[in-house]
Design a protein around this ligand. Structure first.
Ligand code: PMT
Length: 222
């Protein structure tokens, strides 16, 4: 039996990609499968938390005991997260699209002539973890950072810029790690007394890694 160190805690987790419509048949998205976020949701339930999992479109089953809320776009994801507040812990594991189409075409976009390209106008999506971390009633807020270079520098700057309590840095350029894989390896970064500390969690299944991440969070929550 797992130690019930999250008993009585309300946890909200985002997982999977978002899809940003361009027209009735096309969208912008990314390769997130939802596996990492779903593993975190299962790990939190196992330790006694009540968990809402706000999920982009993925093909995974709902982990037992988890309240899953399905969304498509980043704006829907933010609204769904806000509908689940207040909570004690928020984990933003979703690969949220940074941009969406400035206007979604009502009809299928048509090709014009054979030679010319197509320019799409995009606008910024709201930043979900930063929005939650900026609330007066902010929960303990954990973000992820998917990076392909300068992992710790980029993750460290996201930790500060988004005012997070902890960031999980994921080097997604490594083979067998990150998007879509069953295994993952990450570095946790957080600040104590103005100093950035880190902890490397080696390659293991996303289920085992989720347990290790939640161990670290539970220590800092209580
Ligand atoms: O789903 P899997 O296939 O299992 O893959 C797992 C994963 C690689 C998707 C996951 O481990 C991961 O790294 N998730 C974060 C992906 C991401 O979008 O990272 P980012 O560096 O672009 O974003 C930084 C943080 O800001 C993240 O917590 C993200 O959820 C959040 N964000 C980003 C943009 C936005 N508009 N709103 C956000 O909240």
């Amino acid at each position: 039996p797992v130690h019930q160190d999250l008993a009585g805690k309300r946890v909200v987790i985002t997982a999977g990609p978002t899809r940003e419509a361009l027209d009735p048949v096309r969208y912008l998205s990314n390769h997130s499968s939802g596996k990492m976020g779903y593993a975190l949701a299962a790990a939190c339930v196992e330790r006694g938390a009540s968990v809402s999992l706000v999920s982009g479109p993925v093909t995974l089953p709902i982990p037992p005991g988890v309240n899953r809320i399905d969304v498509t776009s980043a704006t829907e994801m933010l609204a769904a997260v806000e509908s689940q507040l207040p909570c004690d812990l928020f984990i933003g594991c979703a690969a949220v699209a940074d941009y969406r189409a400035a206007a979604v075409s009502e009809h299928k976009l048509k090709k014009t002539d054979a030679d010319s390209g197509l320019t799409l106008e995009l606008v910024r999506n709201p930043d979900i973890v930063a929005t939650i971390a900026a609330r007066p009633d902010r929960p303990f807020t954990v973000g992820f950072a998917a990076e392909t270079q300068s992992l710790e520098t980029h993750a460290g700057s996201k930790l500060e810029r988004k005012r997070l309590d902890l960031i999980v840095a994921n080097d997604v350029s490594r083979e067998g790690v990150g998007f879509g894989s069953d295994d993952n390896a990450v570095t946790l970064l957080w600040k104590t007394h103005d100093q950035i500390r880190h902890l490397e969690l080696p390659l293991q299944s996303k289920a085992a890694l989720a347990g290790a991440i939640v161990d670290h969070i539970a220590d800092r929550l209580t």
